[in-house]
Write a protein that binds this ligand. Structure first.
Ligand code: SER
Length: 864
């Protein structure tokens, strides 16, 4: 049976037994912040188990796509090293919500396995939770399982929970024995982790809800949740013991093998790549994009792990995206979202790989260099951190390399460096002490939507964050009024500035901050004295406020224009609205090109010229969403919300202050667009008088440039093009000359090529190492055509070892093995690929002997 048939037969078996067939939910669980990814078939039914949601059925069956990476259930690091671990898999499951319980669940499972797909009962082993007498009785007495193949197991394996909280319960597992030809022991034995006895089906008797404290509360109705990995089942049915040899994986491994030009399809790296393309494609299809934290970072880690393995296979071009099409051929029919989003998935993967390849090689070099200098069997935390911070190596990627080379990773040292970095970042962003939050400041009524000048009574006063009764002239502090027109910083809009005045009293407000429900006016009492209970006249700086509202309304127009031009996936990721400028961070997977940016800018200005009315309205949250208002994802809103609309063009939930009509904005000019993190971009723009000043400045600059070049401004573009063309030609010329020099040195080295066992070998010591040595090896490889090149360069006490093997010989000779062989003699180590590798040593005296030994190595490899 092929996997597609297995999937279908499972659904059909349970449909025939009164189960509703429910399609797979996305990998990102809707509305469940406790969970990173859908990691089991029961996840979409969580609320049904808990009794919080009713569906029209009490029995369900599904084939659910799942990811187990990065969360409570995390298999990432095992992928490639075992026959059955995956980051992405499909889980076949049947569910009962307070309908049938243990007996029927067990009976269904047994029948499906032994009658539908006709597995021999003597190959099946069963375990139950150690305290579950009832399940044991059903298995032994009613089903008649041989007690020889039956075990009671502790909570570690036989008590299942989705996450740290949520529904859970004891379980019973069914294992398949792949036979004595495969290593491993039965469940419960010390070598149970081998590949011989494989758990295929887990029946969970869902009975409890676990809360944050770990307390178990019985569920309203005991239920059933079962899960069987399609990949494992396919292996059993297709008579292989390695999931990667099933029809789900073979086409992917073949495709990757072909790209890499590797004939041996058992390579761990091929498995990794085949597994990871499934997880990454489906994650992207389900809306996850590579990012620096959260779900997006897990995706990035998986992509980068795959790319590194691709590199290890000798693939030196972006390749990962090329596997989406083969994946579609395997799974596209069962999961239509795959063909629908293929191009998008390819684009994201291509981009992420290109980006990572820019730093990957340098990172590996750094690691090799470090390893050539140390005797430790452990990669230092400092190095792990540098790889992470500078070269974009997620820690598990470094750990993966360490595992290949039998090294440990200094996690504690890495964590310490991370903590230091976090502390630095915190220190850099910490507010001055005046801005520190105070408690119970009271409550202020905000009147600043309608007016910029108002009366207010002082309800509390603070100096250095401490409540006081009075402020004297010259003192800095914070004043809270019962009512104020001063806007307090929130939603990206900065706090108002201005003055609080009374007879003989002047307090200059430099910022306004929210303190719970209160607006705190920060500043300095320039004149007079102020006490709690005093009434002051509060005057917002009108010009600054006017400039700020222009930028705030322009931000809304920009947001709408971005969604209009780039697509509805654009989400606000951050925003700063100040008098001088606006800054808007948004999610998008690539840099918009110049024409698109111009369209966006033009669309915003068109709305300004249309002089749209800005209207604020209070309404219910749901009503607002129905009206099409844009709400910020992950933001908390109250029951009633304020909705700002600008004509029909923009409609957003917002508590900020705005222009009366869009025409007040005057002019909108984007001054900067850039990427700030994976999938997040930033636009900076100016409006009103600032926009005019910006244009004037540009104009003046152009004139000055023209003067310097002694041409008229109209010819500027042409002249600059000419100059840069000339510079390019000169650079090329320099490059040509450099190459010529290098080849001349290379030429003379060619005289030293020897023939050993029919292979052309150049092994020699050279002057001057460094980065150039690598290019020299590449050139020599080209010149030799077919052969092995090994260059050793001594600098002080260190020896740099670089080796290359031409592609036609890499199935017999590996540069990686050669550098290790040589490095060992020189007291160092290193590693790399079959076609290129480098290492370091520390024993220059041993160089001549090491070079001598190469002939023996080549001869030995040649006869292997
Ligand atoms: N939730 C259980 C598991 O994932 C059974 O579906 O193993």
């Amino acid at each position: 049976m092929r996997s597609a048939q297995l999937r279908a037969s499972f659904l059909e078996f349970f449909r025939d037994r009164g189960h509703t067939v429910v399609p797979s939910a996305p990998l990102v669980p809707g509305n469940d912040p406790t969970l990173l990814f859908t990691n089991a078939g029961m996840v979409p039914f969580k609320e049904v188990f808990l009794g919080g949601e009713e569906r029209g059925y009490q029995r369900a069956v599904s084939s659910q796509r799942c990811v187990r990476a990065g969360g409570k259930h995390n298999d990432l690091e095992n992928v490639g090293y075992t026959a059955r671990h995956h980051t992405f898999f499909e889980m076949l499951g049947n569910f009962s919500f307070g309908d049938y319980f243990k007996r029927e669940a067990i009976e269904h499972a047994w029948r499906y396995l032994t009658e539908v797909i006709t597995l021999p009962p003597e190959r099946l082993w069963v375990t139950v939770y150690e305290e579950d007498d009832e399940a044991e009785r059903i298995w032994l007495e009613e089903i008649g399982v041989d007690p020889q193949r039956f075990r009671r197991i502790g909570a570690h394996d036989n008590f299942w929970s989705m996450g740290d909280t949520g529904p859970c319960g004891p379980c019973s597992e069914i294992f398949y024995d792949h036979g004595p030809g495969v290593a491993g022991g039965p469940p419960g034995s010390p070598d149970q982790d081998g590949d011989r006895y494989i758990e295929v089906w887990n029946l969970v008797f869902m009975q409890y809800d676990r809360d944050v404290e770990g307390q178990l509360t019985p569920l309203p109705r005991p239920s059933i949740d079962t899960g069987m990995g399609l990949e494992r089942l396919a292996a059993v049915v297709q008579g292989v013991h390695d999931n990667y040899e099933t029809d789900l994986f073979v086409p992917l491994i073949d495709a990757a093998g072909e790209i890499a030009g590797v004939a041996d399809r058992r390579s761990a790296s091929l498995k990794v790549v085949a597994d990871h393309i499934r997880a990454c494609s489906f994650l992207i299809a389900d809306g996850v994009l590579p990012a620096t934290e959260g779900r997006g970072y897990v995706l990035r880690r998986i992509i980068r792990r795959a790319v590194r393995h691709g590199y290890q296979l000798g693939i030196d071009q972006p390749f990962f995206y090329r596997l989406v099409q083969p994946l579609e051929a395997v799974m596209g029919e069962a999961y239509p979202e795959l063909p629908r989003r293929r191009e998008f998935i390819e684009k994201i993967l291509h981009q992420e790989e290109r980006r990572f390849r820019e730093t990957l090689e340098d990172g590996l070099e750094l690691l090799d260099d470090y390893l050539s200098r140390t005797d430790r069997d452990c990669i230092d935390g400092e190095v792990v951190f540098k790889l992470y911070d500078t070269h974009g190596f997620p820690v598990d990627l470094t750990a993966d390399i360490a595992r290949e080379r039998q090294l440990q990773v200094d996690y504690a040292g890495f964590e310490a460096r991370m903590a230091e970095q976090r502390e630095r970042a915190r220190a850099a962003s910490r507010f001055g002490s005046a801005r520190e939050a105070v408690v119970d400041a009271g409550e202020s009524r905000f009147t600043g939507y309608e007016t910029l000048a108002d009366q207010g009574q002082i309800i509390s006063l603070y100096r250095d964050g401490t409540s006081v009764q009075r402020l004297s002239a010259g003192e800095e502090g914070m004043i809270v009024l019962d009512q104020t027109p001063f806007y307090a910083e929130s939603g990206g809009q900065v706090g108002d500035r201005g003055e609080l005045l009374a007879a003989g009293v002047r307090f200059v407000v430099t910022d306004t901050l929210k303190q719970g429900e209160a607006h705190g006016h920060l500043g300095r009492l320039e004149q007079g004295e102020l006490s709690v209970g005093d009434v002051v006249s509060a005057q917002v700086d009108e010009q600054l406020r006017a400039a700020t509202v222009r930028n705030h309304s322009a931000t809304h127009l920009l947001h709408a224009a971005l969604r209009e031009s780039l697509g509805e996936h654009v989400q606000q990721k951050g925003s700063l609205v100040a008098p001088e400028r606006l800054r808007f961070d948004y999610s998008h997977y690539e840099a918009p090109d110049e024409a698109t940016l111009q369209t966006i800018e033009r669309r915003v200005n068109e709305q300004i010229q249309a002089n749209l009315p800005a209207e604020a309205e209070q309404m219910g949250f749901d009503e607002a969403l129905d009206a099409g208002a844009v709400a910020l994802f992950g933001e908390k809103y109250g029951d009633t919300v304020r909705v700002i609309s600008l004509g029909g063009y923009s409609c957003e939930l917002c508590g900020g202050t705005h222009v009366r009509r869009s025409g007040d904005i005057g002019l909108f000019k984007i001054v900067h667009e850039t990427g700030i993190a994976g999938g997040v971009r930033r636009i900076e723009a100016v409006t009103g008088a600032r926009a005019v000043a910006w244009a004037q400045q540009l104009d003046a600059q152009q004139r000055r440039l023209a003067q310097t070049l002694r041409i008229s401004p109209e010819n500027l573009e042409h002249k600059v093009a000419q100059l840069s063309e000339r510079a390019r030609e000169q650079e090329k010329e320099i490059e040509r000359l450099k190459q010529k020099l290098a080849t001349q040195t290379g030429r003379s080295l060619l005289d030293e090529v020897r023939e050993i066992a029919g292979v052309r070998v150049l092994a020699t010591a050279v002057e001057g190492g460094g980065k150039g040595l690598r290019d020299t090896v590449d050139q020599l490889k080209n010149q030799i055509g077919s052969g092995i090149v090994l260059l050793l360069a001594t600098q002080g006490e260190k020896v740099q070892i670089v080796a290359g093997v031409t592609k036609d010989l890499t199935d017999r000779f590996s540069a990686g093995t050669l550098v290790n062989y040589v490095a060992e003699q020189l007291g160092g180590r290193g590693g790399g690929r079959a076609d290129f590798a480098q290492a370091g040593g520390r024993n220059p005296q041993a160089v001549p002997d090491a070079l001598e030994s190469v002939a023996a190595w080549v001869a030995e490899q040649a006869t292997d």
